[in-house]
Write a protein that binds this ligand. Structure first.
Ligand code: GPV
Length: 833
C-alpha cells in the first residue's frame, strides 16, 4: 500500500499544514509568490498571461487543500462511490468557475485590480478544455459540477486528449479546421506519474488449467501501452467537496525508449513505437451523433476503460471486502455505449484474474453498471466488426460470445417459439461482416437503462429497444431528463441576472435549489424589477453585438430581435431549415415598399456550430449561411431589418456570452430525433424564449413553463414515419414558399447555385428525410407570431420572467439526485472542515 508517515513524525506535518488564503491580502501574496517563484518572473515582466497563470495557481492550491480533505474523508468513510465513464468532458474554462464556487471571486477581483489587472482580462486568457463535441460532453461536465455541489463521492474517468475538438475558422464562407493544442499551459491538471496502468492489446488466448485443475483462459503476447493518470480537481459550489476527474494519457511502456532496439542501433523504430503509443490519447474524434468503426477509436475505448477499471478495482480491494459487496461500494455509469467494454473487462478481471465463477461474476457486473442512451439515430449506434475485436481484444471477444450465449438461452426460455426474436436481440449481428452491437451489450450488462428526456425514453422503449423491454420487463428502463448547472449557465454566464434574481428570491439559495426561481412570479407586475430585467437582457445583447463587431466586423443593432441557433451542425437539427426561413424573410422584405419596410421588426439571425470534418452536407449548410450573410448584410434596401451572422468557433466560453443574449433560440430538430437538447434549457434560464418542435426536452420545457411561453410548431414524432413513407411512395409536392426560396438560390442570388444543389435536392429529389418541407409553412407562420409577440414588449417580458421562474426542474442537481436515487443507490457525504 501507499507509504504513510509514522505517528511520532506526524506532529511536524500538522504544524506545517498548508493554509489556503482567505482574504484579498492572502490572495495577492499567493499571486506574487507564484509570479516570482513558480513562473520565475517579476513585476517588471508580468503580462496578462502570467497574471492568469499565477491567479490559477493560487486557486489551484486552494482547491487541492479541499481535494485532499475530500479524498481522505471519502476513503475513510468507506461510502459507495459513483464512477462516471465518459469519452467526453466538455469543461470549458476553470478559473472563473473555481473562483465562484469557492466564493472568492470578489476577493480576487479586488486583489487583481490592486496588482494592476482587470479580472475579465485575466479570465479570458484561459484556453477552453474542449475535450468533447457537444451536448453529450457538456452534460458530463454539468454532472461533475452537480455531483461535487451535492457532496456525492464521485469520480469522472476520461481520456486526456492532446488535441480537443478542432478550432473552427471560416475562410471565404467555408469551415476550416485548425488543431487545438490546448495543453500548452494547463495549471488545472496534476500529473500522477506514480499512478500508471499497463494496458495490453492484441496477442492470443491460451486455454490452461490452474493449480486446482480448473479451466482458465490466459491472454498473452501482444503489446503493452502505459496509461498515466492526470487528475483535475472538481470543486463543488459553496461546499468543501472537491471531487476528482481522472484523465488517462498514453505512453510507451518500459520507459522513454525500447533500449533493446536503441542498443541495436534501431533508434528510429524505438521512437516510432513511442509515438504510436502516444497516438492513442492524441485526438478527440470530432463526430457528434455518428460512429465510424475506426480501430484507433476502439483502442481509445479499451485503453481508457481498462485503466479506469484497474483503478476502481484496486481501490475496492483496499477495503478488504468480499467481491459480492462490489456493487454496494461501486456504481459505474456508462455515458452512451463508448465505455461498454467496461462490462466485458470487469467480467474478465473477476473470472480470469480473480478466479470467480462466471455466474457470480456476472451478477456483480450487472449490478454495478448503468447505461445512458443519448440517441435513436441509427448511424450513431455503435457496432464493431467481430474481426477487429478478434484481433485487438481476443479474450474480450470470447467473453462477449459467452455473454451472448447465456443471454440468448435466457431469451429462448422466455420466448420458446420465437426464432426471429433471437436473431433480432442477439449481441452479434449476423451480417457480412458480423458486428457486435454495443447498445445491446450495454443493456444486457447493466441493471438500468435510461434515456435523457421523456419522449426519448419512451421512444427507445417502443422502437430500438422494444424487444429488450419484453425480455426484461419495463422496470429495467427509465427516464432521467437532462439538466444543466445553474452555477455556470446562470451565475457565471449572466452575473447581473443572477444578482437580480438573488435580490428577489431571498439570496443565492436558487443556485443550490433551482426551484426557488418560482418566487420570481410574485414580482411579475413589479415595474422596477421588469425594467431592470429588460435592461439586463439589452446589456447582454450589447455584449454579444460587440463580440460580433470585433470578430466579424458586422454592426448589429442590439434593439433588434436576436434569433440564435448554436449547436453542432447536423441535418437532423435542421440549420438548413433556419437559413431557408431567413431567405424567405429576406425575399419578403425585398418585395415590400420602403414605407412598408419601415414598419417591420429588425432581426438578427445568429448561427454557430462546428461541422464534423467529414460531414460534407453539414459543411454545405455552413457555406450557405455565410453566403446568405454576405448578400443580406450588404443590401442597402435591408439595412438593420435583417442581419445574418455566423459566429466562428462556437464553444463553451462563447456559449457563456451567447446564451444570455437571445430573445429567441431555435431548437427545431425533426420530431423524435433530438434525444433531449440542453442548450434549450440554458437559453430559457437566461430569459430567452424558444421556437421549437415537439422534440426532446422542449416538450417538458413546455409542460413546466406553459404553452403560452414557448413557440412550438411542426409535425409530431408519431407522424414522422408516415410522412417519410409518403415522400417515397406518394406524389411529393414541396411547400410553395420553400419552392420560391429554392428558385432564388438557383438564380444565383447567393453565389454559384451549384454549390447549394445538394441541399435543395435532399428535399426535392431525395425524400426530404428530415421533413424540412413538411414543417416549413408552420415554421414561417410561427416566426410571424414571434415578431407579433415581440412587438408587445410588456407581454414579452412577462413571458420571459414566467418561463425563468418555472425552470427549476432543469437543474442538473435534480437530474443527479434522480440518478443517485433510482440508479446508483448512493448518498451524499458532506465533507467536514
Ligand atoms: I449519441 N449527443 C451528443 O451530443 N453526441 C452524441 O454523440 C450523442 C448524443 C447529445 C444528444 O444529441 C442531445 O439531444 C442530448 O441532449 C445530449 O447528447 C445529452 O444527453
Amino acid at each position: 500500500g501507499a507509504a504513510s508517515i509514522p505517528e511520532p513524525q506526524r506532529a511536524a506535518w500538522q504544524k506545517h499544514t498548508v493554509k489556503s488564503f482567505e482574504d484579498q491580502d492572502g490572495f495577492e501574496r499567493e499571486v506574487v509568490r507564484h509570479v516570482e517563484t513558480t513562473l520565475a518572473r517579476s513585476l517588471f515582466n508580468c503580462d496578462e498571461k502570467a497574471a492568469y497563470a499565477a491567479t490559477s495557481l493560487a486557486f489551484r492550491d486552494r482547491l487541492i487543500t479541499d481535494w485532499n480533505k475530500t479524498q481522505q474523508q471519502q476513503t475513510y468513510s468507506d461510502a459507495k462511490r459513483v464512477y462516471y465513464l465518459s469519452l467526453e468532458f466538455l469543461m470549458g474554462r476553470a478559473l472563473d468557475n473555481a473562483m465562484l464556487n469557492v466564493g472568492l471571486k470578489d476577493t480576487a477581483k479586488a486583489g487583481l485590480a490592486d496588482l494592476g489587472f482587470r479580472i475579465e482580462d485575466i479570465i479570458t486568457q484561459e484556453n477552453d478544455a474542449a475535450l468533447g463535441n457537444g451536448g453529450l460532453g457538456r452534460l458530463a461536465a454539468c454532472f461533475l459540477d452537480s455531483l461535487a455541489s451535492l457532496n456525492y463521492p464521485a469520480w469522472g474517468y476520461g481520456l486526456r486528449y492532446r488535441y480537443g475538438i478542432f478550432k473552427q475558422e471560416i475562410i471565404d464562407g467555408y469551415q476550416v479546421e485548425v488543431p487545438d493544442y490546448w495543453l500548452d499551459f494547463n495549471p488545472w491538471e496534476f500529473p500522477r506519474h506514480d499512478v500508471t496502468v499497463d494496458i495490453q492489446f492484441y496477442g492470443n488466448v491460451r486455454k490452461s488449467t490452474d493449480a486446482n485443475g480448473k479451466n482458465v483462459s490466459v491472454w498473452e503476447g501482444g503489446e503493452v501501452v502505459q496509461a498515466v493518470a492526470y487528475d483535475v480537481p472538481i470543486p463543488g459550489y459553496a461546499t468543501p467537496t472537491t471531487n476528482n476527474l481522472r484523465l488517462w494519457s498514453s505512453k510507451a511502456s518500459g520507459g522513454e525508449f525500447d533500449f533493446q532496439k536503441f542498443n541495436n542501433g534501431d533508434y528510429e523504430s524505438s521512437v516510432a513505437d513511442q509515438q504510436r503509443a502516444e497516438t492513442i490519447s492524441a485526438v478527440l474524434y470530432p463526430n457528434d451523433n455518428l460512429e465510424r468503426g475506426k480501430e484507433l477509436r476502439l483502442k481509445q475505448q479499451y485503453f481508457w476503460v481498462a485503466a479506469s477499471l484497474y483503478d476502481i478495482v484496486r481501490r475496492f480491494k483496499k477495503s478488504r471486502r468480499g467481491w459480492s459487496e462490489f456493487p454496494e461500494q461501486v456504481a459505474i455509469q456508462l455515458n452512451d455505449t463508448h465505455p461498454t467494454l467496461a462490462i466485458v473487462e470487469l467480467q474478465r478481471i473477476l473470472v480470469d484474474v480473480e478466479g470467480l465463477e462466471w455466474d457470480q461474476a456476472w451478477t456483480i457486473v450487472t449490478n454495478t453498471f448503468g447505461y445512458t442512451n443519448h440517441t435513436v439515430l441509427p448511424e450513431a449506434l455503435e457496432k464493431w466488426p467481430v474481426g477487429l475485436l478478434q484481433n485487438l481484444l481476443p479474450r474480450h471477444l470470447q467473453i462477449i460470445f459467452d455473454i451472448n450465449l447465456f443471454f440468448l438461452q435466457q431469451v429462448e426460455k422466455k420466448f420458446p417459439e420465437d426464432r426471429d426474436m433471437l436473431r433480432r436481440v442477439s449481441i452479434v449481428e449476423e451480417s457480412q461482416p458480423k458486428m457486435i452491437r454495443m447498445a445491446y451489450l450495454a443493456i444486457v450488462g447493466s441493471h438500468k437503462v435510461n434515456g435523457v428526456a421523456e419522449l426519448h425514453s419512451d421512444l427507445i422503449q417502443t422502437t430500438i429497444f422494444k424487444d429488450f423491454v419484453a425480455i426484461y420487463g419495463p422496470d429495467k428502463f427509465t427516464n432521467v431528463t437532462n439538466g444543466v448547472t445553474p452555477r455556470r449557465w446562470l451565475h457565471q454566464a449572466n452575473p447581473r441576472l443572477s444578482e437580480l434574481i438573488a435580490s428577489k428570491c431571498g439570496g443565492n439559495g436558487f443556485l443550490t435549489d433551482l426551484t426557488n426561481l418560482n418566487k420570481l412570479e410574485q414580482f411579475l407586475d413589479d415595474k422596477d424589477f421588469r425594467k431592470e430585467w429588460a435592461e439586463i437582457k439589452y446589456a447582454n445583447k450589447v455584449r454579444l453585438a460587440k463580440h460580433i463587431k470585433s470578430t466579424l466586423g458586422v454592426t448589429v443593432n442590439p434593439a433588434a430581435l436576436f434569433d440564435i441557433q448554436v449547436k453542432r451542425i447536423h441535418e437532423y437539427k435542421r440549420q438548413q431549415m433556419n437559413i431557408f426561413g431567413v431567405i424567405h424573410r429576406y425575399l419578403t422584405l425585398k418585395k415590400m415598399s420602403p414605407e412598408e419596410r419601415k414598419k417591420q421588426l429588425p432581426r438578427v439571425s445568429i448561427f454557430g456550430g462546428k461541422a464534423a470534418p467529414g460531414y460534407w452536407m453539414a459543411k454545405q449548410i455552413i457555406h450557405l449561411i455565410n453566403s446568405v450573410g454576405s448578400v443580406v448584410n450588404n443590401d442597402a434596401d435591408i439595412g438593420d431589418l435583417l442581419k445574418v451572422i455566423f459566429l466562428e468557433d462556437y464553444n463553451v466560453s462563447k456559449a457563456e456570452i451567447i446564451c444570455p443574449a437571445s430573445d429567441i433560440s431555435e431548437h427545431i430538430s425533426t420530431a423524435g430525433t433530438e434525444a433531449s437538447g440542453t442548450s434549450n434549457m440554458k437559453f430559457v434560464l437566461n430569459g430567452g424564449l424558444i421556437i421549437g418542435t415537439c422534440d426532446g426536452a422542449n416538450i417538458e420545457i413546455t409542460r413546466e413553463t406553459g404553452e403560452n411561453n414557448i413557440f412550438l410548431f411542426g409535425n409530431l414524432s408519431e407522424d414522422v414515419e408516415d410522412l417519410r413513407h409518403a415522400h417515397t411512395y406518394g406524389s411529393h409536392a414541396i411547400d410553395s414558399d420553400l419552392d420560391i426560396v429554392f428558385q432564388e438560390i438557383e438564380k444565383g442570388t447567393f453565389g454559384t447555385p451549384h454549390d447549394f444543389g445538394a441541399l435543395i435536392s435532399a428535399v426535392r429529389q431525395h425524400g426530404d428525410y428530415y421533413l424540412v418541407s413538411d414543417d416549413f409553412h408552420s415554421y414561417i407562420e410561427t416566426h410571424r407570431l414571434v415578431d407579433e409577440s415581440y412587438r408587445n414588449q410588456d407581454e414579452w417580458v412577462s413571458k420571459c420572467i414566467t418561463a425563468v421562474a418555472r425552470m427549476g426542474f432543469f437543474s442538473s442537481d435534480r437530474c443527479i439526485n434522480e440518478y443517485a436515487e433510482s440508479i446508483w443507490n448512493v448518498e451524499p457525504l458532506p465533507i467536514k472542515e
